[in-house]
Design a protein around this ligand. Structure first.
Ligand code: FEO
Length: 176
């Protein structure tokens, strides 16, 4: 690979692994959207479909960064996600656990960028550091609401309407 200054094969491999992790996140959330369709909760399903699209934009950001640095994107198999959860609360708790795992992956990438003095990648990754704070906060908010309504039918009906309000907006800074 014709590496540009500060961009190593090791970083290229790590960023490719993150593309896989972001697409897996999208796939996992699509599975969760299907789970909520089955529960007749279209608002929750909608919320997850928005999440599906957001995760694909994350993958695309990494895809673009790799190419901008003169690297190579090599796509690998995406593992199959789980298909069912014990309850809506258990499902959202699984989301929070997954997002915390992703935060850990981003932090590792930042460490690698610093170690390699790859300041361009470090700067690029800061967007994700901030994004992960927002992701964990938004999931925690849904978990809080689920606990509040205690998964009662009336509460779930109202909360499902609330979940419908989320909208996907294509980030204006993202080139496709
Ligand atoms: Fe792309 Fe939800 O982290």
């Amino acid at each position: 690979m014709a590496a540009t200054h500060g961009y190593s094969d090791k970083m290229n491999k790590a960023l490719n692994e993150q593309i896989n992790a972001e697409i897996y996140s999208s796939y996992l959330y699509m599975s969760m959207a299907a789970y909520f369709e089955g529960l007749q909760l279209p608002g929750f399903s909608h919320w997850f479909k928005v999440q599906v699209q957001e995760e694909m934009t994350h993958a695309l950001r990494f895809f673009n960064h790799v190419h901008e640095r003169g690297g190579q994107v090599t796509l690998k198999a995406i593992k199959a996600p789980e298909t069912t959860w014990a309850s809506p609360l258990a499902c959202l708790e699984a989301v929070l656990k997954h997002e915390r795992l992703v935060t850990g992956l981003i932090n590792k990438l930042v460490s690698l960028a610093r170690q390699q003095q790859d300041y361009a990648s470090e700067n690029f990754l800061q967007w994700f550091v901030k994004e992960q704070v927002e992701e964990e906060a938004s999931v925690s908010e849904v978990i809080g609401k689920l606990k509040l309504v205690n998964e009662t039918p009336g509460g779930m009906f109202l909360l499902d309407k609330d979940m419908c309000a989320r909208q996907f907006v294509m980030p204006p800074d993202l080139t496709i």
